[in-house]
Design a protein around this ligand. Structure first.
Ligand code: BTN
Length: 265
């Protein structure tokens, strides 16, 4: 698989030597975190064919069966303040829309903030985390992405079968996972070159790809549920919501459900 991925990567891709491939692993994010702590360089990528402990936000598991998805993490050592990275997950989401478009021939949407979707189905997710030095300075960013490539509906566990999708289900064609992985690596490299200099352009593209804007939403924080309407994505990537009481807030934390998706009726 590693050789196949590298055959699809362009000659100018600079991090070919720093690709680690595993047939099976607990979590590519957990593994790359240990590599980061051991001094691995900027641009290190870990890809697995199968994860036994793939996870997403809020400690949720990310179903990562063998041979049907791409499970990828990349390590970036960014020279900036953490406050300059509020748009990191948004930038990764746009990069992953580009990668799917280049490798599978259609552009997915983004459910704010970190889900790749098509119609009502989730095709993949993004998990970003930052690591700090003992002095509290930014040390590294880890970006993990899982994309469902080759699954049929019956390959998904029953509890997510109506909400999950794969690139093969959308296109009706076989999907070459090596090609998808290479496109993800290329897009993440391009994103790295633009992340700090093209924030406005990146967020404009994010807004164009984001299916949450102009939808009725519910914000869930602990036991509290607040109903509202998503108006916009602001200059830091926060979702601007008008709530039922008329107040307008930029939402950065908590879970946003979109009416009509993932069981929210
Ligand atoms: C989410 O849907 O909340 C995010 C899912 C992120 C999954 C990817 S798969 C590669 C990397 N390794 C992990 O354990 N998680 C991310």
């Amino acid at each position: 698989m590693k050789d196949q991925i590298l055959t699809h990567v362009s000659p100018t891709y600079p991090w070919k030597e720093n690709l680690h491939f595993f047939p099976t692993i607990g979590s590519t994010n957990d593994h790359i975190r240990s590599l980061a702590k051991a001094g691995a360089p900027h641009g290190t990528v870990v890809i697995a064919d199968h994860q036994t402990g793939g996870h997403g936000r809020r400690g949720r598991s990310f179903h990562s069966p063998e041979g049907v998805g791409v499970y990828l993490s990349i390590l970036l050592r960014l020279q900036c303040q953490p406050t300059e990275l509020m748009h990191l997950t948004c930038a990764v989401a746009v990069a992953m829309c580009e990668a799917v478009e280049a490798s599978a021939g259609f552009r997915p949407g983004i459910k704010w903030t970190n889900d790749l979707v098509f119609g009502k189905r989730k095709l993949g997710g993004i998990l970003t985390e930052l690591g700090f030095t003992p002095q509290g300075k930014l040390d590294y960013a880890i970006i993990g992405v899982g994309i469902n490539c080759c699954q049929s509906p019956e390959d998904f566990p029953e509890d997510i079968r109506d909400m999950a999708g794969s690139l093969a289900m959308i296109t009706g064609r076989d999907i070459d996972r090596a090609k998808v992985a290479a496109a993800m690596m290329e897009s993440l490299h391009r994103m790295d070159t633009r992340l700090l200099t093209e924030k406005v352009r990146i967020l404009a593209q994010y807004k164009a790809d984001c299916i949450t804007v102009n939808q009725d939403v519910v914000l869930v924080r602990g036991d509290e549920k607040r109903y509202g309407h998503a108006l916009d994505v602001d200059a830091e990537g926060a979702l601007v919501v008008r709530f039922a009481d008329g107040s307008i807030e930029a939402v950065n934390s908590g879970e946003i459900s979109v009416r009509g998706m993932y069981g929210y009726v």
